[in-house]
Design a protein around this ligand. Structure first.
Ligand code: ADP
Length: 319
């Protein structure tokens, strides 16, 4: 099975002291591979810092054998003391390593040494849709269709494989060569039994579905549909629908389904209707992913086949 994960033992890096880091000497990470009584040592060069997540730091990492460059999520084992944290990382690795889709960040390899767990991912060279949103605020409807169509393709694939992502948000939508790559499977879960309801409260405040907050009946695939509605609104309007300075206030608005469409920017009635249908407080009443793609918003005019790279910083010249 492709899900199987090999954790190779590895020796500590020879030059990972803080003094070496200050002198900007390259940090060499060694992976010790034992197979069939033979020991092979692979070396990687840890490069530029890319960003920081919940418990991981991300760096460029070059395989010195092949010169291939990855994005490496480095998780210090000191953060994995609690069984909860360990099983969370294990779940993330088990789920992400089983996935293979053009709109999902590629899981390349994973190994550990005494200090850290290293997760090597396909490098995404154009930041995330969050950075795009911060720079451009609201996007053209054609652009939103272009990006969200790809997000839906990724989530269709996940749901077909009985996986709920549970943390769909702009910051987890990476962009690589102008294509969407969905990442961060830290909150994802596999549905083990048909009709199973998940009870773990998780998500990101602005994107969390009302049934997760309420939690009396648990939640399932529909939470991903809800957050696609939040993503649509945010990209078309320029700010999230339930956002307030205080998260408790945000949760209250989510519970009461309290949001409006401002006069500016004006969006099409199709877009508005689609968002309203997705942000239905009752999970079963939301459209499914196929129904969303069949909606006029996506079908009445063509979805762009590609966007120019300049669209990351400027309004592109498209309809
Ligand atoms: P966490 O799961 O701990 O939240 P993330 O997956 O969000 O960690 O990664 C943290 C940061 O690392 C991101 O915000 C981004 O800057 C960078 N990063 C993560 N994965 C990649 C990737 N595949 N390509 C490029 N940068 C990445």
């Amino acid at each position: 099975q492709q899900q199987q994960q090999h954790h190779h033992q590895s020796s500590s890096s020879s030059s990972s002291s803080s003094a070496a880091q200050q002198q900007e000497q390259p940090i060499i990470v060694k992976e010790v591979i034992n197979s069939g009584g033979q020991t092979h040592i692979k070396e990687y060069k840890q490069g530029e810092f890319l960003g920081k997540g919940g418990f991981a730091k991300c760096y460029l990492m070059t395989d010195l054998e092949t010169n291939k460059i990855y994005a490496a999520k480095i998780v210090p084992k000191s953060t994995l003391q609690k069984p909860r944290a360990r099983s969370k990382l294990k779940t993330e690795i088990r789920i992400h390593s089983s996935l293979n889709h053009e709109n999902i960040v590629k899981f390349e390899h994973c190994f550990e040494n005494e200090e850290n767990v290293y997760i090597l991912l396909g490098l995404c060279n154009q930041k995330t849709v969050m950075d795009l949103h911060k720079r451009r605020k609201f996007l053209l409807e054609a652009e939103v269709k272009y990006y969200v169509y790809q997000v839906i393709q990724a989530v269709l694939y996940l749901h077909q494989n009985k996986i709920i992502h549970r943390d769909l948000k702009l910051g987890n939508l990476f962009i690589h060569n102008m294509k969407i790559k969905l990442g961060d499977f830290g909150l994802s879960t596999r549905v083990e039994r048909e009709g199973e309801r998940k009870k773990t409260i998780c998500g990101t405040p602005n994107y969390i579905a009302p049934e997760v907050l309420d939690n009396s009946n648990g939640h399932s695939y529909e939470v991903d549909v809800w957050s696609i509605g939040i993503i649509l609104y945010t990209l078309l309007i320029g700010k999230p629908p339930f956002e307030t300075p205080d998260v408790r206030n945000t949760y209250q608005r989510i519970r009461q389904n309290q949001y409006t469409f401002p006069e500016e920017p004006t969006i099409s009635d199709y877009a508005k209707k689609l968002i309203i249908s997705i942000l239905n407080p009752i999970p079963e009443k939301r459209p499914n992913l196929h129904q969303i793609l069949e909606n006029e918003f996506f079908t009445l005019s063509t979805i762009p086949k590609y966007l120019p790279q300049t669209a990351l910083t400027m309004i592109p010249m498209i309809r």
